[in-house]
Design a protein. Structure first.
Length: 177
């Protein structure tokens, strides 16, 4: 919503952005598809689904767009990783421990931290150029166009991340004194 409002308010200023990085969409894998087990087809992802109009504006904005969809952001903070974090005793890890217990979900999925990690270390989530179209139901669809009229890419999309590399990066920084 904020990006859609910014585009509406001043499209020429928005167009000067060097890049926008978002956690949003589902290209090949839907919720619950962790890369093993039965595949889950793409689904409308929460961030896109809640404001389809703004998502369409963003994908049409021509600002360099980096997309971290469900395909690459379903990273589970399992019991071993939680125990490590919760035992560190820093103000940040203590706050995360409290938030974890308030949230009430046994194994949280760290969708957004991959997006921030990509900002700091793009090697954690290699991207590929794609043209993405947001349909009326909030699906983010790869849309190459036709052979006679191909679409140029409107986004750099990470379709696969390395959970081990992400957690080495993430846990070391979160647990640091």
């Amino acid at each position: 919503m904020n990006l859609g409002a910014a585009i509406d308010k001043d499209p020429s200023t928005f167009g000067k952005l060097k890049r926008v990085i978002i956690m949003g969409g589902s290209i090949k894998r839907g919720y619950g598809d962790l890369g093993f087990g039965p595949p889950q087809p793409p689904q409308p992802e929460w961030n896109i689904l809640n404001d389809i109009s703004s998502a369409r504006k963003l994908f049409a904005s021509e600002v360099p767009l980096f997309v971290m969809p469900l395909d690459a952001t379903q990273l589970k903070l399992d019991e071993v990783k939680r125990a490590f974090l919760f035992s560190q005793g820093t103000p940040l890890t203590d706050t995360l421990t409290l938030l974890y217990h308030q949230w009430g979900q046994e194994t949280p999925t760290l969708f957004d931290p991959m997006t921030i990690a990509f900002l700091v270390n793009p090697a954690l989530c290699p991207v590929q150029p794609m043209h993405i179209r947001v349909d009326d139901k909030g699906f983010t669809r790869p849309d190459p166009g036709t052979p006679s009229a191909p679409h140029s890419p409107n986004a750099q999309v990470c379709l696969d991340s390395n959970p081990d590399a992400f957690f080495r990066f993430y846990l070391n920084r979160i647990a640091a004194p």
